[in-house]
Design a binder for this molecule. Sequence first.
Ligand code: UN1
Length: 512
Amino acid sequence: NQYGIKEAIDSLGLSPAELGSSTGSTWIKSTGSEISSHSPADGLLIGKVQASDEKTYLQIRETAQTAFKAWRQVPAPKRGDVVRQLGDALREKKEALGKLVSYEMGKSYQEGLGEVQEMIDICDFAVGLSRQLYGLTMHSERPGHRMYEQYHPLGIVGIISAFNFPVAVWAWNTALAWVCGDVAIWKPSEKTPLTAIACQKITAKVFAENDVPEGVSNLVIGDAQIGQLLSADSHVPLVSATGSTRMGKAVGETVGKRLGRALLELGGNNAIIITPNADLDMSLIGAVFGAVGTCGQRCTSTRRLIIHEDIFDEVASKLKSAYAQLKIGNPLDEKNHVGPLIDTLAVDMYEQSIAKAKAEGAKMIVDGEVLTGDDYASGCYVKPAIFEVKNDYEIVQHETFAPILYLIRYKDLDEAIAIQNDVPQGLSSAIMTRDMRESEQFLSYAGSDCGIANVNIGTSGAEIGGAFGGEKETGGGRESGSDAWKVYMRRQTNTINYTNNLPLAQGIKFEF
Ligand code: UN1
């Protein structure tokens, strides 16, 4: 407990064994299996949680349906005020929650704090938004008619989130959903159930103080089966899912079959193009943080560097010496740069990917290794690795959630952009250049095909103010800022006739 974990857990009000189904302040006992949460930092058991079963899910969904009828009547700015208070509660718990995120998920404490900061930021954003749920007005083609559009609350929003951002992605969805007048049912990753329970407890307190009914914030812990229940449920008009492409395809198919709405934010295969006009020191920081931050487990992690042939050797050797300085170890120890992978399954994937890359002809620049010894007792610590590859290797086309960086050479910018785009995924991308022609080409219609395209910053670390998501196998959804809120609402076009005639649109004559 040298890092104050026990204090953090106590201050978040978590007990060693928890129920995992909740409609707010009420926790429901179900017959679901027990899930044990072990820290990838030291392998120790943090706590046990009970998964939801189908009966409990249905009970929760019914409570959510009733709650929606009440919540949609609360004026949007008042709903915003509740979200403002949630942001304040998160400010108070920032250190404790950031620490638990770091301990349960394995990202560095700094990144844990950063993740809670994203939650606070999206709450602030949502408060402003609660007074800006604007529709347009239009001029009717008919005399004495008025047209406008309204955005109404949608209903229940199902949220399926991943282990890598165990709390922020929930907040991106709920902060918007709640100001939009929706209620939420959250199925967090079964790998990080305790951070989810901590969020639910923080929210329940704020909601109870504001007489927000049970059923506006719901939690169901469980595996893919619970995710399927949520996706198949025609009473859930929107399912927002973040995670692997495999999961997204399953959710998208199930939601699509009932013609529900799915907001999918799936895998990335993100690249930085480093041109001869790049500031190399800056490029190096962007690339190394992008590749090894969160141990390569962000969907925005940098997987590929596409480097001009004239500077390739220089960049590769700078990367090699930067990697030699990386400290790997307990994520709560602030002198470490790289923490563990989420679990030993992820370690297996890391090893298999490296073996595959080598078999396909990858040239080793920094070799990978699974670390052993007292400091690495959880078995989840690995060395970030770098290989020179060709973009068309099968493994390079695939997203491996681990710190493996692939370097690819290019001759001219057209080729670099083509390489950048030539993967099934389309989340985040970046170019490092001080040449305006290069950056504008990269950002143009003929440039990057990703949902996020950056200049002189890396691929990861997006701010909440922009719409977050991407194209192709990334799923096409947009969460968080800009006008992403619109998907959480029901859009209605209204035409009002204030005359005593009934002219038809398009000038159609219909008389009898
Ligand atoms: C994710 O990995 O699912 O842009 C989200 C970033 C973070 C969010 C990542 N703000 O890296």
